[in-house]
Design a protein around this ligand. Structure first.
Ligand code: UN1
Length: 496
C-alpha cells in the first residue's frame, strides 16, 4: 500500500502532523492508497514555494510552457489504460468512462498547450496619430485549484492546464475521495519537466486545506468546481480579498423528446445522459420531458432498456453501471428516492440499493426512474446520482417552461427533427450548453463549458475562454509621435 506525501517545491514530503487518510474503491471497499491530512502550515509552505517559482515561470516563454504541457499529455496518452483503471477503481465510473475521463484530460492538455502560441490580445487603432494600442495577457500569480471527485482527472486538467499555460503557479487541492488520480497527474506533470514550485499539491479537508487556499491573500485567484453551497461559500469568502473566483456548480439538466423525434435515438441518449457515471456529472440528465403523443412508447422502451443494464464491477468491460462514489453519495441518492416516493412520484424502475455477493462490498444502487410532476423536489433539486424524473407535456411551450423552471442552468437537450423548433430551443433554454439530438453530457474540450443561473458566476472553462479566469488583461498605449498628445481634449484647447 503506497502512502503518498504532499508535493511541494518539486518534492514529495510528508505533512508535519503525520496524520493520514485512506482512499478506497467504492466498488470493493479496498484501500487504494494513503494521503496526508494537510494542514494550514502545509498550504502556507506550498504558497511560499509557488510564490518563489512564479517570477521565473512567468518569464518562461508561453510556447515553452506549452511544450511541457504537451509532454504531460503524451505521457498521459501512454498511461491512458492504467490511469483510466485508477479512475474507475477510485471513483467508480465504468472503465470506458474512466478512460474517457483520461482522454478528455489528454485532449484538453494538447489543446491548451497550443494556446501557448496564442494567448491572444487585441490591437486597435488609436484616436490619435502616431500612437498604437494593444492588450496583452499576463498571469495572475499564485492561483488555487479546488477540484471535485466526479471527473478526477479531466476537471483538474482543465484547471491546471489553463492556469499553467497562462504562467501562473498553482496550489492544487483535489477532492478527498479521489486523491490517487490527482497524485498520478502530479507525477505526470513532474515527469514532463515542470519546474519545482510551479505546481504544488496539498491533500486534506475542505475546512482546513480548502479554507487556507481561499482565505490566504497571497493566493490571487480561485477556480472551484463542486456543489452550490460550497461554491457560494468559496465565492463570498474570497470576495473579502477581491480575489478573482470562478465557480462551476450544479445542474438539473433536462432532455426534451418531441413527438417527431427519433424516439429510439432519444432513449439511447437519455440512458447515457442519466445513468452514465451513475448520474454523477454536473451535466447528467436528471429530467426527461416527453411529448404526450410519444410518452407511453418512450416510457415503455426506456424502462425495458434500463432494466437490462448490467450493474457491477466498473473494471468489467461488460458492466454498464458501476457503484456510486461513496457511502455519503449512496445515502443522498437513497434519501432522494425516498423523498420521490413520499411526494407521490410513481417509481417505475429501480429504486433500491443492491445487496448480496459483490454488491455488499460497495455502494451499488439501481438506475431509478420516476414518473413525476413538475414541482416535486426530485424534479427541482440536484441529486447527483442515477435517478431520472420523467414528465409528460402537451407541447413545446410547456416543455420549455418546465425545463427552465429550476435554479440551475448548465446543460439541456432536445430531440426533434423540426429545424425551426431546434433553433427556438437554442434561444429558449436557460442553460450554458444546449444539445440538439444528443444527450446533455459529452462536452468537448475546445468549446466553452459552464452555465448560467446558480450553476456558476459567469465564467466558462475550456475552449477559447479557458484562459480568461487565469489571466489579467493589460492595456498598452505606445505613443511614437514625439509630442504630448492628449486623448479626449479638444484640438482648440491643446495649448498646454
Ligand atoms: C461535469 O459534469 O462535472 O459534459 C463535467 C460532460 C463532460 C464534462 C462534465 N465532458 O459530460
Amino acid at each position: 500500500m503506497k502512502t503518498y506525501g504532499l508535493f511541494i517545491d518539486g518534492k514529495w514530503i510528508p505533512s508535519k502532523t503525520g496524520k493520514i487518510f485512506e482512499t478506497k474503491s467504492p466498488g470493493t471497499g479496498e484501500v487504494l492508497a494513503m494521503f496526508p491530512q494537510g494542514t494550514k502550515d502545509d498550504v502556507i509552505k506550498a504558497i511560499d514555494a509557488a510564490e518563489k517559482a512564479f517570477p521565473k515561470w512567468k518569464k518562461h516563454p508561453a510556447p515553452k510552457r506549452g511544450e511541457i504541457i504537451f509532454k504531460a499529455a503524451s505521457i498521459m496518452r501512454e498511461k491512458k489504460d492504467e490511469l483510466g483503471s485508477t479512475v474507475s477503481q477510485e471513483m467508480g465510473k465504468i472503465i470506458a468512462e474512466g478512460k474517457g475521463d483520461v482522454q478528455e484530460s489528454i485532449d484538453f492538455l494538447e489543446y491548451i498547450a497550443g494556446e501557448g502560441r496564442r494567448l491572444l490580445g487585441e490591437t486597435t487603432p488609436s484616436e490619435l496619430q502616431n500612437k498604437f494600442c494593444m492588450t496583452v495577457r499576463q498571469p495572475i500569480g499564485v492561483v488555487g485549484c479546488i477540484t471535485p471527485w466526479n471527473f478526477p482527472t479531466a476537471i483538474p486538467c482543465w484547471k491546471l492546464g489553463a492556469a499553467l499555460i497562462s504562467g501562473n503557479t498553482v496550489i492544487f487541492k483535489p477532492a478527498s475521495l479521489t486523491p490517487l488520480c490527482a497524485a498520478e497527474l502530479i507525477e505526470i506533470f513532474d515527469e514532463a519537466g515542470l519546474p519545482a514550485g510551479v505546481l504544488n499539491f496539498v491533500t486534506g479537508s475542505a475546512s482546513t486545506v480548502g479554507n487556507e487556499i481561499v482565505e490566504n491573500p497571497r493566493v490571487k485567484a480561485i477556480s472551484f468546481t463542486g456543489g452550490v453551497s460550497a461554491g457560494v461559500d468559496v465565492y463570498t469568502r474570497a470576495a473579502k480579498y477581491l480575489k478573482s473566483v470562478e465557480v462551476e456548480l450544479g445542474g438539473k439538466n433536462p432532455q426534451i423528446i418531441m413527438d417527431d423525434a427519433n424516439t429510439n435515438l432519444a432513449i439511447e441518449g437519455v440512458l447515457f445522459g442519466a445513468f452514465g457515471s451513475q448520474g454523477q456529472r454536473c451535466t447528467a440528465t436528471s429530467r426527461l420531458i416527453v411529448h404526450e403523443k410519444v410518452y407511453a412508447e418512450v416510457i415503455d422502451n426506456l424502462v425495458k432498456r434500463t432494466n437490462v443494464l448490467k450493474i457491477g464491477d466498473p473494471l468489467d468491460p461488460t458492466v454498464n453501471v458501476g457503484p456510486v462514489a461513496s457511502e455519503d453519495q449512496l445515502k443522498t441518492v437513497l434519501n432522494y428516492i425516498n423523498i420521490g416516493v413520499k411526494e407521490g412520484a410513481r417509481l417505475i424502475c429501480g429504486g433500491k440499493r443492491l445487496t448480496g455477493g459483490i454488491y455488499d462490498k460497495g455502494f451499488f444502487v439501481q438506475p431509478t426512474i420516476f414518473e413525476a410532476k413538475h414541482g416535486m423536489r426530485i424534479t427541482k433539486e440536484e441529486i447527483f446520482g442515477p435517478v431520472l424524473s420523467v414528465m409528460k407535456v402537451k407541447n413545446y411551450e410547456e416543455a420549455v417552461k418546465i425545463a427552465n423552471d429550476v435554479e440551475y442552468g448548465l446543460s439541456s437537450s432536445i430531440y426533434t427533427k423540426d429545424v425551426n423548433l431546434a433553433f427556438r430551443a437554442i434561444e429558449d433554454f436557460e442553460t450554458g450548453i444546449t444539445y440538439i439530438n444528443a444527450p446533455t453530457i459529452g462536452a468537448e474540450v475546445h468549446l466553452p463549458f459552464g452555465g448560467i443561473k446558480n450553476t456558476g458566476n459567469g465564467g466558462r472553462e475550456a475552449g477559447t475562454t479557458a484562459i480568461d479566469e487565469f489571466t489579467e488583461i493589460k492595456t498598452v498605449f505606445i505613443d511614437y509621435s514625439n509630442i504630448l498628445q492628449k486623448a479626449q481634449i479638444e484640438e482648440s484647447s491643446r495649448n498646454m
